[in-house]
Design a binder for this molecule. Structure first.
Ligand SMILES: Nc1ncnc2c1ncn2[C@@H]1O[C@H](COP(=O)(O)OP(=O)(O)OP(=O)(O)O)[C@@H](O)[C@H]1O
Ligand SMILES: [Mg+2]
Length: 320
């Protein structure tokens, strides 16, 4: 029971098989095919955080090598290691011995490759060429545009997408069932939507909520994520555009001072909601422009309350 608290659910519930990976259907289909044939090219996995790149590489290793996958899989992080020489030496050491098991090569996973300089990437390219007979590389990055063309052209490129909210919700339900969690009906959809395509974020929010509550509600999720509840921001926005500036100010104080939300959280939620407002298109455009200006000022370190109040005051000018 106690151990439950200390084990990260992202690790505990990380998929071990291609069939358990949520979303990314086209990608998993091709990867499973490669694994079945024990034949794969060098690959590049590009895409945003928490959508399954590292997981897919680990599943590939399990699927290729079975129980001996750990002997045949080298996990490197481009931003951890001190320079490309360390990477080259580790690859050299690893690729010196033959693979154990049924695949004729070993697997090298290089995470955060977009952190490498162009020079280092050129060295990596040569390493990939030198060990092609004994090792396959999976290069993982958030932005493929930061990877030099000669590497891209040597790899089959897989573009991972942010995960859809319903895929995240389904995965959260599975985890909730395994962990015997009680949740209200709207709690998991809220976590899934807040995560914005990032499964790691969603699972971490759920685990944090589970650590403090026996039954998890939507409110708990918003509180843990310290994110603005859409309903409260909606009320503030409605008050502002209805010319009820004083009430809008009270709403804002509650969000920022009582609930401790950052100005940035409030602005992001406002930005989402301005689109749905029942005001003229032209007014919406001006309001979005003001949201952008306010966001910039906040990022420059201006006072949050003053900036957000000024934004609400400007919204009041568009009162219906
Ligand atoms: N498609 C998915 N299906 C099920 N679980 C997933 C999926 N993607 C991510 N996860 C969960 O989220 C955690 C983080 O995913 P992963 O390490 O694969 O992210 P990543 O794409 O490598 O992100 P980063 O760019 O930050 O390295 C995993 O441990 C797993 O529990
Ligand atoms: Mg990763």
């Amino acid at each position: 029971m106690q151990e439950k608290q200390f084990e990260m659910w992202t690790e505990k519930h990380r998929p071990k098989d291609f069939s358990e990976l949520a979303g990314q259907e086209q990608i998993t289909k091709r990867l499973a095919e490669f694994a079945k044939n024990k034949n794969l090219p060098h690959m590049m996995f590009a895409g945003p955080a928490g959508c399954g790149k590292t997981t897919a590489a680990l599943v590939m290793a399990r699927s290729l090598f079975g129980d001996s996958w750990k002997h045949n899989f080298l996990d490197l992080n481009a931003s951890d290691e001190r320079g490309i020489d360390v990477i080259r030496n580790k690859v050299k050491e690893f690729a010196r011995t033959k693979s154990l098991g049924s695949a004729p090569f070993k697997l090298v996973f290089l995470d955060e490759a977009d952190a490498l300089t162009t020079e280092a990437q050129n060295a990596l390219r040569r390493t990939m060429e030198n060990y092609t007979n004994t090792a396959r590389f999976i290069i993982s990055c958030n932005y493929s545009s930061k990877i030099i063309e000669p590497i891209q052209s040597r790899c089959a490129v897989f573009r991972f997408k942010p995960l859809a909210a319903d895929h995240i919700e389904k995965q959260l339900s599975k985890i909730a069932a395994k962990e015997n969690l009680k949740t209200t009906k709207s709690a998991l959809p809220a976590a899934a939507s807040l995560a914005e395509g990032d499964m790691r974020k969603a699972i971490n929010i759920l685990q944090a909520a589970a650590a403090v509550k026996d039954e998890i509600s939507e409110d708990d999720i918003f509180e843990i994520a310290s994110s603005a509840k859409p309903k409260e921001v909606e009320e503030m926005l409605a008050n502002a555009v209805n010319g009820n500036f004083k009430a809008a100010r009270e709403n804002l104080k509650k969000l920022v001072i009582e609930q401790g939300l950052s100005g940035k959280d409030v602005i992001s939620e406002l930005h989402r909601q301005v689109f749905d407002l029942d005001v003229a298109e032209k007014a919406k455009i001006s309001m979005l422009e003001k949201v952008g200006e306010c966001e910039f000022r906040l990022s420059e370190g201006c006072d949050e309350i003053i900036q957000l109040e000024s934004l609400l005051a400007q919204f009041a000018l568009y009162s219906r």
